[in-house]
Structures are given as C-alpha cells and as structure tokens.
Design a protein around this ligand. Structure first.
Ligand code: 9MR
Length: 351
C-alpha cells in the first residue's frame, strides 16, 4: 500500500471508530493518584525508601515538615527547609505534592501559647496561612487547611475540639483559614481533614455528623471548601461502617464537596499474631473503606501515612503486647509489597 493510501485508510478507520465509540468512552477516566506521607530524614538517609516512593507513588505529602513546629521556630521566622526538600524530590521524580497541615491543635511551637485575644489570634492565623500557601503557590495543588477540628466525642453544641484558635476566635477560625488559603492560591484544593469517621459505632457516627455540620456551615456562608479528607487511621478491630461512609460521601457530593483518603493505615495492635492472617484483615478493612467511598463518589486521591512498616507512627501509641512489630502500611520493613498494596493497586487502576 502506498503511503497516501495507508494514511487515508487509517483516517477512515479512525473516523469509523470515532463515530461508533460512545462519547463517554472517548478518553478513559483519569486514574486515582496514589501517594504517601514522607519523613524528611529517611528521604535523605535511605536509598531504598526513595526508590519505593518513586516506584509506587504519584503523590507525596510531608509527614511533619510543614507543621507549625517545623515551619515556625519563632513568631517572625518561617523555615521551609523540609517543604523545599520534599518538593525538590517530587519535582525531580515527576511526583505531585500535597500540603499538610495549616491549622491543627498539635505540633505547635511553645511560643504560640502566648497568643491571646481574638485580634492577635486572627492576625497570627492569617499571616501563617497566607505565607505558607503563598510560598508554594502553583506548586502544591491540595492543602489540608484544617486538621482534626472535631471534638473527640462530640455532643450537642460541644462539637469542636478545643484549640488555641477556637478559644480566641470562636468557630469562625475555620472559615477564616479557608478564606485566607484561597486568597493566597485561588487554584488550590482546600481540604478539611479528620480521623475516626470510618468505623461502626456511635462515636464515629457522631463525629461524621459533626463534620457534616461544619461543612454545611461553611457552604451556607459561601466559604471556599473543596474536599473532606478521610485520614483513614483504621483500627483493625473495628468494622468499617460501609453504609454510614457511603451516605456521608453522598451528602458531601450533594453539596459539591469531594473526598480523598489522606492518611490511610491500619492499626494492628489488637489483630492476630499470625502475620498472614493479620495482613488479610488489614487489607480487608482498607478495601471496605475504599469501596464504601467509591460507591458514592470517586476519591480525588488515596494516600497512606507512610509506605513501609519501617517508618510508621503507629508504634508510638499502639505497640503490640506480644512484642511483634506493627504492620500497618503497604510495604513491609524490607519493602516487600503486602496485600494492602494489592488493594490500593486495584482501586487506583480501576476507578
Ligand atoms: O505521623 C506523625 C508523627 O510522626 C508526628 O510525631 C505526629 C506529631 O506531629 O504527627 C503524626 O501525624 C499525624 C498527622 O499529622 C495528623 N493525623 C494523625 C497522624 C498520626 O498521629
């Protein structure tokens, strides 16, 4: 076949295919990005860790490097060493980076305890959010603006967790943070991030309802909020409230609020000693959560809170009585993939 004939024949086939193909399938839906929290020290010291991140992730988020404790050594200083380091790694390896976190009750430097009064608090909060989001404008597409704002066990009007900002500014601190973040980078996905909203039980239900109340309030006031982050620090001994999670996600969707999973891991201190059995329970819990979310809306990303059992926060609070190491993450201590990684792989490729 002469080249011109070949080209024409190809065009004819292409036209035919285009006509036959339903429009919805013209381009495959984008995959859900998978990512991990990253520790700055391990990033420098551990080659296998860097390799695992590049091999498996499309997204990274600093585990501690952008918290006040790291960024604000004093009232007038900002230190972006850790954030810049991770962003350079992300850029070099074609990964995107999320920001965690702007406003949280924990990991606050000592000097902030002297912030008193509504005006001073608002000034400090605004300066922080503006400066940190502004510093990474156009480079960090998604931020955890508010982290863990819901009371441990919300009841009636006591549904917010006490913190420096609530004490000084009232509940309006949440709206102020979202507004400042949007002013600093209008294109960024603004997230409210929360834990213990996934499992069966009254406390989990109450926490979901309290979070809905906060989101609804923000929406009523036309405040910019784009997504709810399920931290997903699942307690392995509890079942996922599949119906509760799906209807929560559906209610958010009805308000045009997206969801993502920001800190997935499975706390295994009360799970069986047998590793194979334990890994199966862990994978099953994660699968239940991801499916319950997906049944109602497609998450914009799925991140685990670390990638390897070598570096995890879990033993800080949840060591096992039998002394065996925790296994909450997708890769084991030797970077071998566990069933949890298969589950994640299934969700990020099929959704
Ligand atoms: O994993 C983090 C741990 O290394 C830090 O010491 C701790 C305090 O900064 O924060 C941990 O990460 C938390 C995250 O920022 C918010 N959700 C709960 C996470 C686990 O405690």
């Amino acid at each position: 076949m002469r080249r011109r004939d070949f080209v024409q024949a190809s065009l004819a086939v292409a036209a035919h295919t285009a006509l036959q193909a339903p429009v919805a399938h013209a381009s495959p839906p984008p995959r859900i990005a998978y990512g991990s929290a990253v520790r700055g020290d391990a990033l420098v010291d551990d080659f296998a860790y860097r390799t695992a991140l590049v091999d498996h992730c499309q997204l990274v988020v600093p585990e501690g490097g952008l918290k006040w404790e790291a960024v604000r050594p004093s009232e007038d200083r900002f230190d972006f060493y850790e954030g810049d380091k991770l962003l350079a790694f992300a850029d070099q390896n074609g990964l995107k980076m999320r920001g965690h976190t702007l406003i949280w009750y924990a990991a606050m430097p000592e000097w902030t305890s002297s912030i008193r009064g509504g005006k001073a608090a608002e000034k400090a909060l605004s300066k922080h959010v503006r400066t940190v989001v502004g510093k990474y404008k156009g480079r960090i597409p998604s931020w955890d603006v508010i982290n863990e704002a819901i009371a441990e066990d919300p009841r009636g009007s006591d549904y917010l967790r006490p913190n420096l900002w609530l004490e000084n500014m009232g509940k309006g601190y949440i709206e102020t943070a979202f507004r400042r973040a949007q002013e600093a980078d209008p294109k960024v996905q603004l997230v409210i991030n929360e834990y213990d909203i996934e499992c069966v039980g009254e406390q989990f239900t109450n926490r979901r309802n309290a979070l809905l109340r906060v989101v609804r309030d923000l929406r009523d006031r036309d405040a910019p909020i784009h997504a709810v982050g399920f931290q997903g620090h699942l307690k392995g001994q509890y079942e996922i409230d599949k119906e509760g999670v799906s209807s929560f996600v559906a209610e958010l969707k009805a308000m045009d609020v997206d969801v993502l999973v920001t800190e997935l891991d499975v706390i295994d201190n009360l799970l069986p000693a047998d590793e194979k059995q334990r890994d199966e329970v862990i994978a099953g819990r994660a699968s239940d959560l991801l499916q319950a979310i997906l049944d109602a809306n497609r998450p914009t990303a799925i991140l685990t809170w670390g990638i390897t059992d070598r570096y995890t926060w879990v033993p800080m609070w949840f060591t096992r009585d039998d002394g065996s190491p925790n296994r909450p993450l997708p890769l084991d201590r030797d970077y071998k993939a566990k069933p949890l990684m298969d589950v994640i792989g299934r969700f990020v490729s099929r959704a």
